[in-house]
Design a protein around this ligand. Structure first.
Ligand SMILES: Nc1ncnc2c1ncn2[C@@H]1O[C@H](COP(=O)(O)OP(=O)(O)OP(=O)(O)O)[C@@H](O)[C@H]1O
Ligand SMILES: [Mg+2]
Length: 259
C-alpha cells in the first residue's frame, strides 16, 4: 500500500472492479449486475445513466453497503465495503423523512445519534438548511412541505453528516418537471459550494448532462458499463446549446441501442 493510499487520499474514492450481484429468487439465480467497473474520483460528479429496471438502485445499495456483492471487489477509500457508513450518505427517490420530526429534527438526526451536543449540531444543521434554501422552515413537519422541499430536507440531512460520498438514487424522479429543473440547478449550486464526490443515478438524459462531470451509460439488466462520456461543458450548462444537444442526441442513441 502506498503512503497516499494509507492516508486515504488516492484519487479514486470508490473503486468497483468486476462487481457482480445476483439475487436468489423462486425461479433461480437472478443476475442484476455483471462485471461492473467504476472509479469515482474525489469531488467528482459521476452520473450512472441507465434504462428502467437495469440494476441502478442495486448498484447504489452495494456502494452504500446495504447489500453485499456476489463477486468482484468494491472499495471505499481502499477498503472493501461491508456495511453502511455515515461517510457514504444516501438520498433516495422519495426520501423517508421522520414524519414526527421537524426539518431541524430530521437534519440534525445523524449528528444527534453520533452524540454531538445540541448547540453544535443545530448550528451545523442550520448551515445545511440554509444551503438548501429552507431557512424559515426549520420548525415545519414533512407533511407541511412540498415534494421538492422534502427532497431538500433529505439532501440537507445527508450533507449534515459530512459524508465523503453522496449517493443519490433518482432523487428528483418523483417531482414535477418544473420543480425538477429547479432542484437540478440547486444541486449543482450546492455541489459547487461544498464539493463532494457524488454518484447520481438517473434515467433522464437532460438531468445527466446538466449535472455530470462524467456519465457512465449502463446496459439493460444485468447492468454493466456500456460507455463513458466525459462532460466538460462549462457550468451552469445551457440546455439548448448546440454542444449540449449534440451530446444528448449521441447518448440517447447509445442508450436506445442497448435496449
Ligand atoms: N432484493 C432483491 N431480490 C430479488 N430481485 C431483486 C432484488 N432487488 C432488485 N431485484 C431485481 O433486480 C432488477 C433491478 O432492480 P433495480 O431496482 O436495481 O433496478 P433500477 O435500475 O433501479 O430500476 P428503476 O429504474 O425502476 O429504479 C429488477 O429486476 C429487480 O426485480
Ligand atoms: Mg431504481
Amino acid at each position: 500500500m502506498s503512503m497516499e493510499q494509507e492516508r486515504g487520499i488516492e484519487s479514486s474514492i470508490i473503486e468497483c472492479a468486476g462487481v457482480c450481484k445476483s439475487f436468489k429468487t423462486p425461479e433461480g439465480e437472478h443476475q442484476v449486475i455483471k462485471d461492473f467497473n467504476l472509479q469515482a474520483k474525489e469531488n467528482e460528479f459521476l452520473v450512472l445513466f441507465g434504462p428502467g429496471q437495469c440494476g441502478k438502485t442495486t448498484m447504489i445499495n452495494l456502494i452504500a453497503g446495504f447489500e453485499k456483492v456476489s463477486g468482484g471487489s468494491l472499495k471505499f477509500m481502499g477498503k472493501e465495503i461491508t456495511k453502511p457508513d455515515p461517510s457514504r450518505g444516501v438520498v433516495f427517490q422519495s426520501t423517508a423523512l421522520f414524519p414526527w420530526m421537524t426539518t431541524m429534527g430530521n437534519v440534525e438526526y445523524g449528528l444527534k445519534m453520533a452524540g454531538v451536543k445540541k448547540e453544535e449540531r443545530q448550528k451545523r444543521a442550520q448551515n445545511y438548511i440554509d444551503l438548501v434554501g429552507l431557512q424559515g422552515f426549520e420548525k415545519s413537519y414533512p407533511v407541511q412541505l412540498s415534494g421538492g422541499m422534502r427532497q431538500r430536507v433529505g439532501i440537507a440531512r445527508a450533507y449534515c453528516n459530512e459524508p465523503k460520498v453522496m449517493l443519490m438514487d433518482e432523487p428528483f424522479g418523483a417531482l414535477d418537471a418544473q420543480t425538477r429543473y429547479l432542484m437540478q440547478e440547486e444541486l449543482q449550486r450546492i455541489w459547487e459550494a461544498e464539493k463532494r464526490t457524488v454518484i447520481f443515478v438517473t434515467n433522464n438524459i437532460e438531468e445527466a448532462l446538466y449535472l455530470a462531470d462524467r456519465i457512465l451509460v449502463l446496459t439493460n439488466c444485468p447492468a454493466t458499463v456500456k460507455k463513458e462520456y466525459i462532460i466538460d461543458l462549462p457550468r451552469p450548462r445551457n440546455l439548448v446549446s448546440p454542444e449540449f444537444l449534440a451530446l444528448r442526441k449521441e447518448i440517447t442513441g447509445i442508450m436506445d441501442s442497448t435496449l
